[in-house]
Design a binder for this molecule. Structure first.
Ligand code: FMN
Length: 207
């Protein structure tokens, strides 16, 4: 049996350049320690989101969270894709995320999605500092979630997040997901996304 600590060590990013340890250590697990997330810790995570920068300081991010064994937790699960439903039950806490679509003067807030992502990014790093993992999910029926959670028309549900302290046993996962949990982590090279002076069209092997 691969111990949770060993899995965490194996998932440390092999970065090409030295980066902040918390960024190297973060990954998106499918198992979590079977322990309730402390209220104080949850407040610290939302505080990290709260102090994120945002366009015109609009702070368009919104979160709905629910603890395991609650009706709201089951409601979040009911909106997830079958693939996510398979492992997400290991998380003691689930969230759905949303952003406010319009500015005060009723214009489209083009940067709202950007700002939500930034807030989640900050929350993720704060979470890592506290030994908490956040696994984000696009695989959800956002229309169903908007109905179930009475989301006002001016907001758009974007993603779900499974959250809990790192840990949990691999054998809670199917053999395929166990493999995925231990798979080598990969990233595209910096040269494929950071361009000096002008846009560079990258030729892919299959072009
Ligand atoms: C916006 C977003 C949506 C994602 N959707 C899913 C999802 O529906 N199901 C899933 O298992 N993982 C999902 N992930 C996790 C990614 O697959 C994961 O972040 C990526 O493979 C890199 O792995 P790492 O986070 O462990 O570094 C999502 C991540 C993000 C940021």
């Amino acid at each position: 049996m691969t111990s949770p600590k060993q899995i965490q060590l194996e998932n440390i990013a092999e970065s090409d350049y030295e980066i902040f340890a918390l960024l190297k250590q973060r990954y998106s697990p499918r198992t979590f320690k079977d322990v309730r997330v402390k209220k104080q810790h949850l407040n610290q995570l939302f505080e990290a989101a709260r102090w994120s920068p945002s366009c015109n300081n609009i702070q368009p991010w919104r979160f709905i969270y629910a603890e395991k064994n609650s009706e709201a937790y089951q409601n979040i699960i009911s909106c997830l894709s079958d693939f996510n439903k398979e492992w997400v039950v290991n998380a003691p806490l689930l969230m759905i995320t949303a952003y406010e679509k319009k500015t005060e003067d009723h214009k489209d807030n083009f940067h709202a999605l950007h700002d939500l992502g930034l807030a989640i990014g900050n929350m993720t790093t704060q979470a890592q500092y506290m030994g908490i993992a956040m696994h984000q999910m696009a695989g959800l029926d956002w229309q169903q979630a908007e109905k179930l959670f009475n989301v006002p028309e001016n907001y758009h549900i974007t993603s779900a997040i499974a959250l809990g302290y790192y840990g949990g046993e691999l054998d809670k996962l199917s053999p395929e997901l166990q493999k995925a949990e231990l798979k080598e982590r990969q990233r595209i090279d910096q040269s494929q996304f950071a361009f000096m002076d002008s846009w560079k069209t990258i030729k892919h092997d299959d072009d």
